[in-house]
Design a protein around this ligand. Structure first.
Ligand code: TYM
Length: 350
């Protein structure tokens, strides 16, 4: 049994999309069945972009419900209860650890981080970029190292952050001559490393507006599916269609084989053959996708409604998560303080 940790930031409007699900949450669900699981709502990370009290509160609440609904919907009660699900800001060791790690981190390492470089490339002046965004990888390193995680399931856009985390952990262990931190491995299945959006061109992302968000209303999801990029060379339903790069089939490949509507992978291949032969219209395959998604996410959508109607249940999950997270994070910080020389003969027992 290994230990894994991952986090999601309450950015955008806080809701999750099928890119988050395929790129991250699906792996959480699989790994949670047989590993020690720490999942965190990275609310402090949200502050790098959201500096509006109401919006942050709203996003945190939506993200908590979205993530819990997926976990509750797709795991048994026993599996679900073993997960340590908590909020980053409920465990003060994250910022304490970040501030210690700052001292073993060269500036150059952070200057090479994608989020910072992208911001600069997007015409932001260096003077205007907030330090929170710049030191984002440090907070993320603290998130991971505090829990001594072996694995970090994430999408490819987070891979560099795990590399930075490993680098910092190695430096720390070397400088203080003690194996305090476990070096984490990224866990990124190739086929879902980058899930493209409904435009078929860019990574699926809330800010780009190219998402299918599984907890939106049925009408909204239908609209997102109907607007999905298919085959621009195809003018009529009788024209032969292309499957490659066609996002409807890309998504059906992920969700279709489990759909009763398609009754397994062989029906999906039959559907592809009919599309290639010009025997089925775009609108019909989109209807398949819509129904497949509604069916696939039905248990999670049900769990969402239940959780939303029972705020005390949600609070209890977070409280229990905080208690369990504090124990592990507290133990690591004890070792960190000892290793760096903060524990002296005048120290009292913490
Ligand atoms: P965030 O909130 O941007 O995204 C959450 C997770 O979803 C993945 N993801 C995708 N994967 C594939 N295709 C896509 N189109 C796609 N869009 C999003 C992301 O890679 C991520 O795994 N910094 C992190 C949150 C974080 C964290 C951590 C993660 C904070 N502390 C510690 C792991 C460990 C973030 O902003 O992810």
């Amino acid at each position: 049994m290994k230990r894994f940790l991952s986090g999601i930031t309450p950015s955008g409007d806080g809701s999750l999309h099928i890119g988050n699900y395929l790129g991250a949450v699906r792996q959480f669900i699989e790994l949670a069945k047989s590993n020690e699981t720490f999942l965190m709502v990275a609310d402090l990370h949200g502050l790098t972009t959201i500096q509006d009290k109401k919006q942050l509160q709203n996003n945190i609440e939506i993200l908590i419900l979205n993530e819990l609904a997926l976990l509750r919907g797709f795991l048994s009660k026993d599996e679900f209860e073993k997960i340590v699900f908590f909020r980053q800001s409920d465990v003060p060791m994250h910022t304490e650890c970040q501030s210690i790690l700052n001292n073993v981190t060269p500036l150059g390492l952070l200057k090479r981080a994608h989020a910072y470089k992208d911001k600069l490339a997007g015409n932001a002046m260096e003077e205007d970029i907030n330090v929170g965004l710049f030191s984002y990888p440090m907070l993320m390193a603290a998130d991971i190292l505090l829990y001594q995680a072996d694995l970090v399931p994430v999408g490819k856009d987070q891979k560099q952050h795990i590399e930075i985390t490993r680098d910092i952990a190695e430096r720390f262990n070397k400088i203080f001559k003690k194996q305090v931190f476990t070096l984490p491995e990224p866990y990124i299945p190739e086929e879902v490393a980058v899930v493209l959006g409904t435009d078929g061109k860019r990574k699926m992302s809330k800010t780009l507006g190219n998402v299918i968000a599984m907890f939106d209303s049925e009408e909204a999801i239908k609209k997102q599916v109907m607007g999905t990029y298919t085959d621009p060379t195809r003018k009529h339903a009788t024209d032969p269609g292309h499957i490659e790069g066609n996002m409807v089939f890309t998504y059906l490949d992920f969700f279709g084989p489990t759909s009763p509507r398609l009754r397994g992978a062989s029906e999906l291949s039959a559907l592809k053959e009919r599309y290639k032969a010009g025997k089925i219209a775009d609108v019909e395959v989109k209807e398949y996708l819509f129904q497949t998604l509604m069916n696939y996410f039905a248990p999670a959508r049900k769990a969402y409604e239940e959780l939303k109607a029972n705020p005390n249940v949600v609070t209890d999950i977070l409280k229990k998560g905080q208690e369990r997270a504090l124990i592990v994070a507290g133990q690591t910080m004890k070792e960190v303080r000892e290793a760096i020389g903060l524990v002296t003969k005048y120290s009292f027992q913490r």
